[in-house]
Structure formats: structure tokens, C-alpha cells
Design a binder for this molecule. Structure first.
Ligand SMILES: NC(=O)c1ccc[n+]([C@@H]2O[C@H](COP(=O)([O-])OP(=O)(O)OC[C@H]3O[C@@H](n4cnc5c(N)ncnc54)[C@H](O)[C@@H]3O)[C@@H](O)[C@H]2O)c1
Length: 292
């Protein structure tokens, strides 16, 4: 199946950039959120990322300024914002990127099942929830699967294509093809907790969170040592803030439940989430982000 038109539901940390990735591959995309201000933030993010990518090409003299300006408008012009599922009637592929809560995902999948064409594939960007459970909210569980991007979606090449219990081989293959159509590298996996990447990433993060708690050293110092050692582009505390502490906590708790105490949940992360401090998206987490 070739994807002529796509949709993204949820224009938050991930959704705006996912829409950008799709639009930059010349596929028209509808971006839906619950309020216009969230849609606008997603559209702004998509513009900002496209502008940055095109400026890079101008600097490398691969495009002229005029060509870059034209391509910017073409790319962002392929993204249509909506708060009402307008334009979902003829989509071939949907990526859901709403908060990591089963009841929200199931409500969205029920709506998508009613509003999209019968052939459309309904994919979730979930980091940890069961694809089979999400799919049970639809009458097409064979066309439901995981399609897991990594932050920042515009840069990271990998997509985990996650089979649920009822996902058909045809759906998984079509999703892997779509990943390549939008210039990503798909890997196929089952719905084991943490899939592949988070199982590895959170295991490493977990040990550092545990070390911080045991040593009492500051998160800033630990993050700085990790980046100074070039062990990663940013430390695990900053990464958690950037990803969203609610999402990170959910994944950490899920892995702890699944694999036991070799995974560690940082108590301070739970405190921050309970206080509504979710990291960069709310301006405060382990760090103060001051609107940046
Ligand atoms: N943040 C990350 O690093 C990351 C990485 C990979 C995957 N994910 C996954 O992506 C999904 C989204 O995460 P996020 O970090 O972008 O969350 P987020 O909280 O930043 O954004 C979620 C967006 O969904 C919107 N929303 C809520 N209910 C909706 C509905 N019914 N219809 C449309 N929009 C709705 C919210 O208004 C918000 O704008 C989660 O499943 C998460 O696990 C996140």
C-alpha cells in the first residue's frame, strides 16, 4: 500500500515533528489536537524544524536561499491543522501521538476507526502500552500497530514497527514501507515491554538515576560528566526533561513492573510529575527551562 495522505493525532512533544517528517517526504498530512493553541504549537515546531534543515542545506550550498524559501512554504503547506478530525476521511495512515494513557489512546482509536477509511492503517507512537489493547478499541485490530519514533523525530532515523497480537503481516509490511517512504529505518519487533530501544536506554538511565540517589550528587554534575565524556549528546536527567517527565516516568514504571528491580524509578521524577512539573513542556523539571 502506498501512502498518499497521512494524519497525526496529538501535536505535542512528538506530534509536530512527526507531521514535519511526513510533510518533508512530500506526503500531505493532517495534524489534530484538542485545542487550536496546541495545533498551532505543533505547526510552529514543524516550521522551525524545516527552516533549520533548509538553512543547513543553504550553508552547504546545496540549495539557494530562494529555493530554500520556496521549499519551506511547500513543506509546511502540506500540513493542515484541525481540532475536529477534518480531512481524516481520505487518509491512508494515521500516527497517534496523544499522552501515554490507555484510556485516551483507546478513545482516540475508537474515533479513528469511525472516521477513517476502512483500509487505513492506525498506528500508535506509544512508548510502552499494549498495541493489542489499543487495537481492541477498533473493529480493525489487524490494521493497528506500533510505529515508535524517537525524540527528536526529525533527526532520529529509527522507527520501531511493533506488532500487536492481531496485527496482520500485510499491515506490518506496509508500515515498514511507509517508514522508508518518510526516510526512516524501520525495525520490526513484538510488543515486549520497552520494545528494543527503551529496554536498553532505560536500563542505562536507570543505573544513573540509582547512582544519583545513592551518592546524593547533583543531577547537573552527573549530566555534565556524561556529556563531557561524550557518552551521549545529553545527560539522562536533561533527556528526561526534554522527553517529558510524565512519559519517561510511565516507561520507567512499566519496565520496573515487567522486569523487576534491575530497573529503577527515580523518586524525584515521581515527585516532579505529581507536582505537575513535566520538564521542558511545562518549563520546570529537573531543570528550569525558562521558556526555552
Ligand atoms: N516524548 C518522547 O520523548 C516520546 C518519544 C517516543 C514516543 N513518545 C510517545 O508519544 C506519545 C505522545 O507523547 P508526547 O511526549 O508527544 O506527549 P505530549 O504530552 O507532549 O503531547 C500530547 C499531545 O496530545 C494532545 N491530545 C490529548 N488528547 C488528545 C486527543 N483526544 N486528540 C488529539 N490530541 C490530543 C495533547 O493536547 C498534547 O498536545 C506518547 O505515547 C509517548 O509515549 C514520546
Amino acid at each position: 500500500m502506498f501512502v498518499f495522505k497521512a494524519a497525526v493525532v496529538g501535536a505535542g512533544t512528538m506530534g509536530g515533528e512527526i507531521a514535519q517528517v511526513i510533510a518533508a517526504s512530500e506526503v500531505p498530512v493532517v495534524l489534530k489536537d484538542v485545542e487550536q493553541k496546541f495545533v498551532d504549537t505543533g505547526l510552529e515546531k514543524a516550521r522551525e524544524v524545516t527552516e533549520r534543515q533548509l538553512n543547513g542545506l543553504v550553508e552547504k550550498e546545496k540549495l539557494t536561499r530562494e529555493q530554500a524559501d520556496e521549499r519551506l512554504e511547500e513543506t509546511v503547506g502540506r500540513i493542515t491543522g484541525t481540532t475536529e478530525y477534518q480531512g481524516f476521511g481520505d487518509v491512508d495512515f494515521v500516527v497517534e501521538a496523544v499522552p501515554e494513557r490507555m484510556e485516551i489512546k483507546q478513545a482516540v482509536f475508537g474515533e479513528l476507526d469511525a472516521l477513517t477509511p476502512g483500509h487505513a492503517i492506525l498506528a500508535s507512537n506509544t512508548s510502552a502500552l499494549s498495541i493489542s489493547e489499543i487495537g481492541s478499541a477498533t473493529a480493525r485490530p489487524d490494521k493497528v500497530l506500533g510505529f515508535h519514533f524517537f525524540i527528536p523525530a526529525s533527526v532520529m532515523r529509527l522507527i520501531e514497527v511493533v506488532d500487536g497480537e492481531f496485527t496482520s503481516e500485510e499491515t506490518a509490511q506496509a508500515a515498514a514501507n511507509f517508514a522508508m517512504q518518510i526516510r526512516k529505518n524501520p525495525i520490526r519487533c513484538g510488543e515486549e515491554p520497552g520494545f528494543v530501544v527503551n529496554r536498553v536506554l532505560v536500563a542505562a538511565g536507570s543505573e544513573i538515576w540509582r547512582y544519583q540517589d545513592e551518592s546524593g550528587r547533583s543531577v547537573e554534575d552527573i549530566d555534565k560528566e556524561i556529556t563531557d565524556a561524550k557518552a551521549g549528546p545529553m545527560g539522562p536527567f536533561y533527556l528526561a526533561d526534554w522527553s517529558g517527565l510524565d512519559t519517561t516516568l510511565h516507561v520507567a514504571e512499566h519496565l520496573r513492573e515487567a522486569y523487576g528491580d534491575r530497573f529503577y524509578v527515580h523518586p524525584k521524577m515521581r515527585e516532579l510529575v505529581e507536582a505537575g512539573n513535566l520538564g521542558q513542556k511545562t518549563g520546570q523539571g529537573y531543570y528550569s527551562h525558562g521558556g526555552d
